[in-house]
Design a protein around this ligand. Structure first.
Ligand code: B12
Ligand code: SF4
Length: 501
């Protein structure tokens, strides 16, 4: 069916490395464009004057769609929605993405939100836009929550997650990677080869969104997409946005082989869990590297088996972290191990154990970096009932969620002395890691520094003693310690994002 009319989609500013055009908007645009709608994408990253652009572009639009994650996205998203609603009260403003999907009631309560698409958005948004064009009622659009004409809130039943092979492809042609390259310094194109993860970690909402089903493109589709997109847009780097890329290892290896056979050359990264990588042979991991994999992010979170059990992460074991580090080291792949600190039930001893084991792994395998964060409870995570009982304040409005950036400490059990000890032990852990890295690449001055600092630091980490931190004072005068890295690309994050509370 061919249709007419324009849909404007907005991606708000965020805290994090530029990753190319927002895939959420490209994915939403795919079915709309295929159905004949005109789609205008406005992404703050390449349109700093986005407020003016939105006012201009919505003057003849059917609706405005806004994508929103928890945290800094919320500020600009709500400001823009408020302004546009005031300017064009008749034009529907539709929100979607992880935050509105997981905190639907709260988000819909705002006067500038007309509707929310919950979960996967491609087909629901298309159906809604068609209804808007035809001036038909929104009742019956599955996955939609909205305010009825009399202001009553309506929640339509869930929309089953569609097989991604059956969805129209993202509208890559709507974003110019050259313009994005000017913002990020690299020609990159984000790609998703699968959605969903079979696991159920207690701090993660993937299961809420994608129902624990690994829903993946066929190998041929991934290879032919990349063989087409990479040369067409002269792409150097493809970050995969899959939740857990190695769930199907046979498929992952077939993709790597397909990339090699296609002759196209580019770098690619992905995120996965250590249990899957550890099961691969050395040859398999070498094959990934040969196909262009340069970085892999792992949500390792803790090296204490007790804490991993609390996180419902029993599938992961320390030996697998070591195996992962060893095999990726052999293949020349850089890895980032994410660490969650302060998880409910984690004690200072558990933390020490994590720091000790992680330090030992990094000591042995130079390709390993860490990204430690204080546990941040995002909306909809399965552990909320327990958190409420433990006295964690659950944000009650969009405004409150906005300030919940990664690492913002809202944990009542991590205050005062306990928090100071955590901070200090973390500083030592990171300093030790930084010295290791620096000494690998820099000559005599830093090597001497290493000799002076290394032994006392290791002693402190081993014994959990952090008084009179002279090593920290000394090192601060020499080099800034990198506290946090992007799991997606391994890049050091911005100064602001480095501030662990
Ligand atoms: C890439 C990514 C980012 C990038 C996105 C930038 C970019 N240029 O694309 C950046 C760096 C911004 C980012 C940051 C954060 N992220 Co992030 N991120 C992801 C990741 C890996 C992929 C997202 C993606 O693009 N997927 C592909 C597209 C096609 O899917 P999608 O975005 O979900 O969009 C679909 C639906 O959500 C919906 N939809 C989305 N927007 C809209 C809008 C409308 C109008 C409609 C109708 C529908 C709709 O339809 C789309 C198509 O189905 C996901 C994990 C995952 N597997 O999805 C985590 C994820 C979304 N991030 C998460 C988190 C925790 C964060 C951070 C809060 C924490 C952090 N690490 O610092 C920050 C928040 C930053 C901020 N608010 O400023 C959580 C979700 C948390 C939440 N409640 O919002 C996720 C799910 C990871 C996880 N498993 O916990 N992230
Ligand atoms: S393995 Fe990763 S994506 Fe899967 S449930 Fe756990 S945290 Fe979420």
């Amino acid at each position: 069916m061919s249709a007419t009319g324009k849909v404007v989609l907005f991606y708000p500013p965020y805290d994090g490395p530029p990753l190319g055009a927002p895939l959420s908007l490209l994915a939403l645009a795919g079915p709309l464009v295929e159905a004949g709608f005109e789609v205008k994408l406005i992404d703050n990253l390449i349109a700093p004057d986005y407020e003016e652009a939105l006012q201009r572009e919505t003057s003849n639009a059917l609706c405005l769609g806004i994508s929103m994650l928890t945290g800094p996205h919320i500020g600009a998203a709500t400001r823009v929605a408020h302004a546009i609603k005031k300017l064009r009260p008749e034009m529907p403003v539709v929100f979607g993405g992880w935050h509105p999907s997981l905190a639907t009631e709260q988000t819909l309560r705002e006067p500038f939100v007309d509707a929310i698409v919950r979960g996967q958005g491609e087909l629901a948004l298309l159906e809604l836009v068609q209804r808007i064009t035809e001036r038909r009622s929104w009742h019956g659009v599955r996955g939609l929550s909205f305010k009825d004409t009399d202001g009553a809130v309506v929640h339509e039943p869930e929309r089953p997650v569609a097989n991604i092979n059956e969805l129209p492809p993202p509208a890559y042609h709507l974003a110019d990677p050259g313009i994005y390259a000017a913002a990020s310094g690299v020609r990159q194109l984000a790609y998703t080869s699968s959605v969903g993860c079979p696991y159920q970690c207690n701090y993660c909402t993937d299961q809420v969104f994608y129902k624990r089903r690994f829903n993946a493109y066929r190998v041929e589709r991934v290879v032919s997409d990349l063989a087409d997109l990479v040369p067409r847009y002269d792409i150097e780097h493809v970050p995969l946005f899959d939740s857990n890329f190695l769930v199907d290892r046979k498929r992952a290896l077939a993709i790597a082989r397909g990339i090699i056979d296609s002759g196209i050359q580019f770098q690619w990264d992905f995120q996965t869990s250590t249990d899957f990588l550890a099961l691969m042979s050395e040859e398999d991991v070498l094959l990934l590297a040969e196909s262009g994999v340069r970085h892999i992010g792992f949500g390792t979170e803790s090296a204490s088996q007790e804490v991993l059990a609390l996180m419902n992460k029993r599938f992961q074991h320390v030996e697998q972290m070591v195996e992962t580090a060893r095999k990726t080291h052999l293949a020349g792949i850089h890895v980032v191990f994410n660490i969650i600190l302060g998880y409910p039930g984690e004690t200072a001893e558990h933390r020490q154990q994590t720091f000790r084991i992680m330090t030992d792994i990094a000591q042995q395998y130079a390709n390993v970096s860490f990204s430690p964060n204080i546990f941040t409870p995002y909306p909809g995570i399965p552990i909320w009932p327990q958190l409420r009982e433990m006295g964690v304040h659950e944000p009650r409005s969009l405004e409150e969620w906005q300030t919940l950036a990664l690492g913002t400490n809202v944990l009542p059990w991590l205050r005062g002395v306990e928090l100071r000890r955590l901070r200090r032990s973390l500083e030592y852990f990171l300093l030790n890691d930084q010295i290791r890295k620096v000494s690998q690449r820099i000559p005599w001055l830093r090597r001497n520094l290493r000799r002076v600092l290394r032994a006392p630091i290791r002693w402190r980490i081993g014994r959990n003693r952090y008084s009179f931190p002279w090593e920290l004072w000394l090192s601060r005068t020499v080099e800034k310690v990198v506290a946090r890295r992007s799991l997606l690309t391994g890049q050091a994050l911005s100064e602001r994002a480095q501030e662990v509370c």
